[in-house]
Design a protein around this ligand. Structure first.
Ligand SMILES: [Zn+2]
Length: 290
């Protein structure tokens, strides 16, 4: 047929009895229809692929979102810990400043500057601040310890709790009332046998009778300071023995140049006697007669 390229002819019979209809379709039209079908099919495939891609993206988005949420929580926890640590360091710093002030010490430059605010170096800064604080506190501790040792070896109070019947300095001779003499310590009247105690930490350097002092104990403290306890009825330490403030050295008596039971108490700085009241003024229980 000449028009074979252009037309397809369909014979259609709805039923056996009805008459046959003839349908002619242009071949190009059929091709176009086929092309539309193929195009539609390709479009559907493309759509399906894109949908798949979208789903994949969506899943990825969800997982990233969840990961982000976790990171945010971790970050929050980190920031909380950081803030807490910073607060603790700041608190310890305040305490160390207070301690340094009490110890009359210089405090190192502000830790605040080391800690700073925010930024990626914060942990490094905290670490530095903590190290600095550790050094500060160690330094204060050493200082206080030496301070305590020094304080402990400075005479304080009196060796017995009694009446000061004779003070330091020039006085009339107590034996014959004639002439004047230098009294190099305090005379403290107490009952016979009253325990006599060291007024500071130190080393016993003498514990024996000594002329007018009678039974005498001498304790060396530090910085050239010594204390003397005279007229003891009994000595309970020996030379070379270390004593603490409050340790018993012996018992009060009236040995040596004495008119009655009392303790002759002296403080010497580089072997020069000084007024013990200068050291003992703040002691409790100090009673000076007349
Ligand atoms: Zn005396």
């Amino acid at each position: 047929m000449a028009n074979d390229n252009r037309v397809y002819t369909f014979l259609i019979s709805p039923s056996r009895t009805s008459k046959i209809r003839q349908l002619s379709i242009d071949k190009n039209l059929l091709r176009a229809a086929a092309a539309v079908v193929v195009f539609t099919f390709l479009l559907m495939i493309y759509g399906a692929v894109r949908l798949g891609q979208h789903e994949a993206l969506n899943l990825k988005y969800l997982s990233v979102k969840a990961e982000n949420e976790n990171l945010k929580q971790a970050n929050d926890a980190y920031e909380n810990s950081y803030a807490r640590l910073k607060g603790q360091i700041s608190y310890i710093e305040d305490m160390s400043k207070e301690l340094a002030r009490k110890a009359r010490m210089e405090h190192s430059p502000e830790i605040d500057e080391l800690v700073g605010i925010g930024g990626p170096e914060t942990v490094v800064a905290l670490d530095k601040a903590a190290n600095q604080l550790e050094r500060d506190v160690r330094h204060i501790n050493d200082h206080l310890r030496s301070d305590i040792l020094r304080m402990a070896s400075i005479p304080r109070g009196l060796p017995v709790n009694g009446y000061v019947t004779d003070g330091f300095g020039m006085r009339r001779n107590p034996f014959n009332g004639e002439g004047r003499e230098v009294h190099e310590g305090l005379d403290i009247a107490v009952d016979f046998g009253t325990p006599v105690t060291a007024t500071a930490d130190g080393l016993v350097i003498y514990a024996a009778p000594h002329a007018g002092y009678g039974n005498l104990v001498i304790v060396y403290h530090s910085n050239g300071i010594t204390t003397r306890y005279g007229h003891l009825s009994r000595i309970s330490v020996e030379a070379g023995q270390r004593v603490k403030r409050g340790d018993q050295l012996g018992n009060a008596g009236s040995t040596g140049r004495s008119t009655g039971p009392h303790v002759h108490y002296e403080i010497r700085e580089n072997d020069q006697s000084v007024d013990p009241l200068r050291y003992s003024a703040q002691s409790s229980g100090l009673r000076v007669a007349n």
